[in-house]
Design a binder for this molecule. Structure first.
Ligand SMILES: NC(=O)c1ccc[n+]([C@@H]2O[C@H](COP(=O)([O-])OP(=O)(O)OC[C@H]3O[C@@H](n4cnc5c(N)ncnc54)[C@H](OP(=O)(O)O)[C@@H]3O)[C@@H](O)[C@H]2O)c1
Length: 279
């Protein structure tokens, strides 16, 4: 989802790059080396990950290999080549017990296998490489992959009543504006390495997010019938992986140190709708 968006933005800005998918296995150092050894290399942008949050509870070994060893392998290779590396992590490294935005110096305490393997990946990458940007994001959505917005749009066509969790608070991250910020960062040649938090602006819940998707879908004439979206507590929607009840991320550091632009989540969602294949 994010990888394709970043490739599009790199291309649109005339930055020379080579995109890859599964043909480079990040869990295998030789695979990375063979892919990149003949390239000039200034930056590595890693969007690969094991992202099936619930399945990870059963597939901890695979998640660990991709999210932890994979991040370390790319860090080692970046270091070997003197390249900078951008890596993405998650709000799920936090336990969600805070009630004000998480800052980069807050102590992580992941509650799921996915969160633990992503945190492990951060730590191993930081040990492996000096020139790293670890960007923790949350509730990612965009036109190129499985995500909450796409799922809601599908369910609006299939159901009359939907129940959506209303006591988990956070902020969505739109792939497009994130990719635009990453491109500007690459062009700026910054060396302000470190961990950063980034999402869209504002605060909502999954239920609030669903309501706004519904409103915009209605406006775009995408609904075939009315759907009731009922708020429910997370305890009534049990999932194998525990999610943080609160995971709003502070954007203070990323805006001041890297100059990232932050758009309100509702404005970004409107933009996402302009890119749907509306017939
Ligand atoms: N999605 C979210 O809500 C969210 C929230 C917070 C943070 N993030 C982080 O944001 C980043 C991008 O997420 P995303 O949602 O764009 O992920 P995604 O759509 O699931 O894409 C991840 C990609 O990594 C590939 N991959 C898996 N194992 C690999 C390996 N060993 N070698 C090379 N590629 C491999 C996957 O291939 P297959 O499809 O073939 O498996 C997939 O194409 C990730 O670091 C993720 O942890 C995501």
């Amino acid at each position: 989802m994010l990888g394709r968006e970043i490739c599009e933005q790199l291309a649109m800005n005339g930055i020379e790059f080579t995109g890859s998918d599964r043909e480079v296995d990040i869990t295998d150092q030789l695979s990375i080396e063979n892919f990149a050894k003949r390239m000039e290399l200034e930056w590595i942008i890693n969007c690969a990950a094991y992202t099936a949050v619930d399945l990870a509870e059963k597939e901890a070994d695979i998640a660990e290999r991709i999210n932890s060893t994979g991040a370390e392998n790319l860090g080692l290779y970046a270091e070997k080549r003197g390249a900078k590396i951008v890596h993405f992590s998650t709000d799920y490294v936090f336990d969600g017990t805070k009630r004000e935005p998480y800052v980069e110096t807050d102590t992580p305490n992941p509650q799921s296998v996915y969160g633990r393997t992503k945190l492990d990946g951060e730590l191993r990458l930081m040990k492996a490489a000096a020139r790293y940007f670890i960007i923790r994001i949350a509730w990612l959505y965009g036109p190129f992959g499985k995500n909450f917005a796409a799922t809601m749009l599908r369910l609006f066509g299939e159901k009359d009543v939907l129940t959506v969790v209303a006591d988990q608070t956070g902020t969505p991250t739109y792939t497009r504006t994130l990719a635009e910020n990453i491109v500007l960062m690459v062009l700026s040649a910054t060396d302000k390495y470190g961990i950063y938090h980034y999402t869209d602006g504002g605060v909502t819940t999954w239920h609030g997010f669903a309501n706004e998707i519904y409103r915009l879908a209605e406006e775009a004439g995408l609904l075939k019938h009315e759907v009731e979206i009922k708020p429910i507590p997370a305890k009534d929607y049990p999932t194998p992986a525990k999610r943080p009840a609160y995971s709003v991320l502070s954007k203070d550091k990323v805006t001041s140190a890297l100059g990232f632009a932050v758009n309100d989540w509702k404005d970004n969602l409107k933009h996402y709708f302009t890119r749907l294949d509306i017939k």
